[in-house]
Design a protein around this ligand. Structure first.
Ligand code: ADP
Length: 407
């Protein structure tokens, strides 16, 4: 049996207590000194409590892992690990860093692992003598919060002692889910018009409908509308993936917002949508250029104006206002409509892909559910700012702020 430095100091302290007790008259006083002294020494030997680090020893046997835990820098080392880290000896938690006690509670120190880590799968692995504790990661869900996912690693240090580390994978899982949902939603969005086109073709192939001019026109109309819907959707999907791919490689150039808005509005006014005549543009005589990709900013403006035209009431103005912000470091572009407005609970989710307040309404006006998601991505790529304000029954104003180009 080896004696470590703390034990030697403890034994010396016990001897000191006995020596002092020998000088004190009266048996009761001597016993009291010995009891109080021994308790204090016991606590000093077996507990250590410092800022953020809590270590409890329960084994007097000096093993390889004890030597590690007794290392003078042990506390510093385990606190340097940002993820939860625990040491378990004979199924008891003997040490834990602050990340671990934040996750599992301060009371886990000294507790049996079954109480400390309340997760059946993790406990099964930890306490199974046949399990290979080689530090290979396995997934644990629902530890801490129900929606949390972790990678757990168990590394055997010696026959009785194991180091357990956890890495939070919740964010990665959420990202994976968003991607999986996106593919499912995009497929569904494409299947709907495709099913409509297929149904119309089958109907037209039947002699009754195929030979009836009125029915033929009706089904050809459906096919043309649904084909346009697929085209818009594919166009938006391509734009979205292109913006994501270009990512932060954006090479910004100075862009005149009034010129760009003029081009977009001019294009709309020469088109067939009568709502284009309701567009009103307001800008000061001089406005600094913004810094960005003209194609992406044009897409942003088109989407905001298209939404205001779609969801604003026919015959009411669609107002596009541009101005420098009070600090002069950004230019604000606002697109306002007078229309149905958006209930406040929907506003935080409008920039999610395929999120719509009213799917039927969006589809009937040719919406893809991707416009505001595109706008958000473009604004983020340009280090700008997006704000949506709306009042039900009054209308909506979407404001985008973009940084001024450096001269
Ligand atoms: P969509 O192609 O369906 O218009 P968006 O991503 O552009 O998709 O917008 C998401 C949803 O936000 C729309 O379906 C609609 O419900 C709502 N929305 C967007 N702009 C407006 C607006 N100006 N007024 C009212 N609702 C709006």
């Amino acid at each position: 049996m080896f004696l470590n430095a703390r034990m030697v100091s403890g034994l010396m302290a016990v001897a000191l207590c006995a020596w002092i007790a020998g000088w004190v008259p009266g048996t009761a006083e001597r016993i009291l000194i010995m009891v109080v002294g021994s308790t204090a020494v016991f606590l000093a030997m077996f507990y250590r409590h410092e800022d953020g680090v809590h270590i409890r020893r329960h084994s007097a046997l000096e093993t390889q892992s004890d030597a590690l835990i007794d290392h003078p820098q042990f506390d510093v080392i385990i606190e340097a690990v940002p993820d939860p880290l625990l040491f378990i000896q004979n199924d008891r938690v003997i040490a834990a860093n602050a990340a671990a006690t934040d996750l599992l509670g301060k009371e886990v120190l000294g507790q049996n692992v079954r109480l400390a880590i309340r997760h059946a799968g993790a406990i099964e692995r930890l306490t199974d003598p046949q399990a290979e504790h080689s530090g290979r990661a396995f997934s644990v869900s629902g530890l801490g919060r129900r929606d949390q996912y972790w990678d757990m690693r168990i590394q055997a240090l010696d026959a009785d002692t194991k180091a357990v580390s956890l890495r939070d994978r919740t964010m990665e899982r959420a990202t994976e889910k968003v991607r999986a949902d996106f593919v499912a939603n995009a497929s569904h969005e494409l299947m709907t018009p495709l099913a409509s086109i297929k149904g119309s073709i089958e109907t037209l192939q039947s002699p009754e409908a195929g030979n009836d001019a009125e029915a033929r026109d009706r089904f050809l109309g459906i096919m043309s509308r649904e084909a346009l819907r697929m085209q818009s959707l594919i166009r938006d999907l391509i734009s979205l993936s292109r913006i994501e791919a270009e990512g932060h490689d954006l090479v910004p150039s100075p862009v005149s917002l009034p010129d760009l808005v003029g081009t977009v509005v001019g294009g709309l006014k020469s088109g067939s949508d009568p709502r284009a005549n309701d567009i009103v543009v307001k800008a000061p005589d001089t406005l600094p250029d913004v810094s960005g990709d003209p194609r992406q900013i044009e897409l942003l403006v088109s989407n905001l104006v298209a939404n205001a035209m779609k969801y604003g009431t026919d015959g009411t103005p669609v107002t596009v206002v541009m101005d420098a912000t009070p600090s002069g470091s950004m230019v604000a572009l606002s697109v306002s409509d007078q229309g149905e407005g958006i209930p406040p609970e929907h506003i935080p989710r409008l920039t999610e892909r395929f999120y719509r307040v009213d799917s039927g309404r969006s589809r009937s006006v040719g919406g893809t559910g991707l416009g505001l998601s595109l706008v958000k991505h473009i604004v983020e790529r340009h280090r700008g700012h997006l704000e949506i304000r709306s009042k039900v029954g009054e209308g909506t104003t979407v404001t985008v702020r973009l940084p001024v180009a450096q001269s």
